[in-house]
Every structure is written in structure tokens, then in C-alpha cells.
Design a protein around this ligand. Structure first.
Ligand SMILES: [Zn+2]
Length: 252
């Protein structure tokens, strides 16, 4: 099969099942889409496995999930995106393959110039799992072009970005939870979370309300003088108010 290099125009012979290839004349990394030859880049990871627990804990803490976690699986892989750039650095980034956590489309990529040509022999990529594109550029071309203002864009490219697939356990919860962590910027993507134990907080809340009612009832029985009664109610209301605030903040 014969294709033409995007960069130098050389005619290249590729095997029918070869989709990622390098121009033997100019060294460009290329990908054969359903319709044409496209430049192929990747970003190397900046985050190491040892950082993942800290990143994930911080992410969960922001969701009020503060219990112990145990990461049971951490595996790096490269996921494909279509990238279209405008002349003024506007970009459109779309998934080039389906995924269960499709929020990764919102991943932030660094400015141009940081992209590396995809080289399967490079140590960053070699032996790593590479997801092959299965959504053709032609299929989403129109949507992507709309996102670039004035229709002023350069050629689309294929970009493989590194992610960590992490599976973790959360103290007190059954089963494992999955997140994808962007291995360049450290952003965490998830579509399910452990539950904050609401039932427990709710029962504590009802107990607190019950006790408060009892306290006021007793005070009402014990203090006969109306003015003293008002005073006693007033000074006991303040700590009880704080107690309720505490429960509500725990709940929120
Ligand atoms: Zn070339």
C-alpha cells in the first residue's frame, strides 16, 4: 500500500495492517486514518506511580471523602485524541476511541511545541498499552471545525496522551472504584464515587434534635418565673444552635 508523507511528500510503502508509521525520508510520525495520512504525536508522562496516592487522596478529600484508600491497580496507557488547532491557539480536542470515563475529553493539553512525534520505539511508549483509534476523524470533523473560530485551522493531528488507570478501595465500602488520572497534568477523572455515609449522620442529627427538645421541655417544667424562663431558654439556645450547625456542616 502506498501513501504520501504529509511533511516531505515522499511516497511511502506500508503494510496493509500498519497504522502507525514513520516517514523513512524526513522522520515524521504518521497515522493512516480512513481517508488520509495524519501527523501523529504523543506527550510523555510527567507523573510517576508514587504520586498517585497523594493525587487521588486530595481529589477525594475535596469531595468530603476523607477515609483511607488503597490503590490496588495502577497502569499507564496511551489514549488517542483528535486535535485540531486554530491559528490563534484555539484548539478542539475529541476522543478518537470510546471510553467509559469520557470526561477525559476535557483534559488540558500544554501549548504547541511540547508535542513529540509518536515513536513506538521510544522508551516512554515501548511496551505500554496504546489504545488504537476507532473513531474516524472524518466522522467528527465537522463538529471539531465548528469549535475553531473563523474556520481558520491547520491540519488535524492524532495525539496519544498518557493516563493512569487506577483502581482503589475506600475504607468501609464494598467493591473497587476506578479513576483515570491524566499523567501530564495530574487531573483526576471519575464517574462514580464512594458514598459519604449519610444514614449515620442523619441518625445522629435526629438524636441531636430529640435531645434539644428534651432540654427545652425540662427547662420549661423547672423554671416557673417567665422572665427567668426566657433567660434560660436564651442561654441554652446558643450552644444548641452551634451543635446543630456542626451536624449540618458534617452533612453538607
Ligand atoms: Zn516525510
Amino acid at each position: 500500500m502506498q501513501v504520501k508523507c504529509n511533511q516531505c511528500g515522499a511516497e511511502l510503502k506500508i503494510k496493509p495492517n500498519e497504522i502507525f508509521f514513520t516517514c523513512t525520508y524526513c522522520g515524521s510520525s504518521l497515522y493512516l486514518d480512513s481517508s488520509k495520512v495524519i501527523f501523529h504525536y504523543y506527550l510523555s508522562s510527567k507523573i510517576i506511580k508514587e504520586d498517585l496516592k497523594l493525587i487521588l487522596s486530595a481529589f477525594l478529600k475535596r469531595r468530603n471523602l476523607k477515609k483511607r484508600i488503597k490503590i490496588e491497580k495502577k497502569e499507564i496507557f496511551y489514549f488517542p485524541f483528535w486535535l485540531l488547532k486554530g491559528k490563534k491557539e484555539e484548539t478542539s480536542l475529541k476522543l478518537a476511541a470510546p471510553t467509559a470515563i469520557d470526561e477525559i475529553e476535557k483534559v488540558v493539553i500544554p501549548p504547541a511545541g511540547k508535542l513529540n512525534f509518536f515513536d513506538p520505539e521510544n522508551k516512554d511508549i515501548k511496551d505500554k498499552k496504546i489504545v488504537v483509534p476507532s473513531i474516524a476523524y472524518e466522522a467528527i470533523k465537522k463538529n471539531m471545525e465548528k469549535e475553531i473560530k473563523k474556520g481558520d485551522f491547520s491540519q488535524a493531528m492524532l495525539l496519544h496522551l498518557p493516563f493512569f488507570l487506577c483502581q482503589y478501595r475506600y475504607a468501609g465500602e464494598k467493591g473497587r472504584f476506578t479513576v483515570l488520572i491524566d499523567a501530564v497534568g495530574g487531573k483526576v477523572f471519575a464517574n462514580s464515587f464512594p458514598h459519604v455515609s449519610l444514614e449515620k449522620i442523619e441518625s445522629e442529627f435526629f438524636w441531636a434534635v430529640g435531645i434539644i427538645c428534651m432540654i427545652f421541655f425540662m427547662e420549661g417544667l423547672m423554671v416557673k418565673n417567665l422572665l427567668t424562663k426566657a433567660f434560660v431558654y436564651f442561654i441554652s439556645a446558643f450552644p444548641l444552635y452551634l451543635l446543630l450547625r456542626y451536624f449540618l456542616s458534617k452533612k453538607g
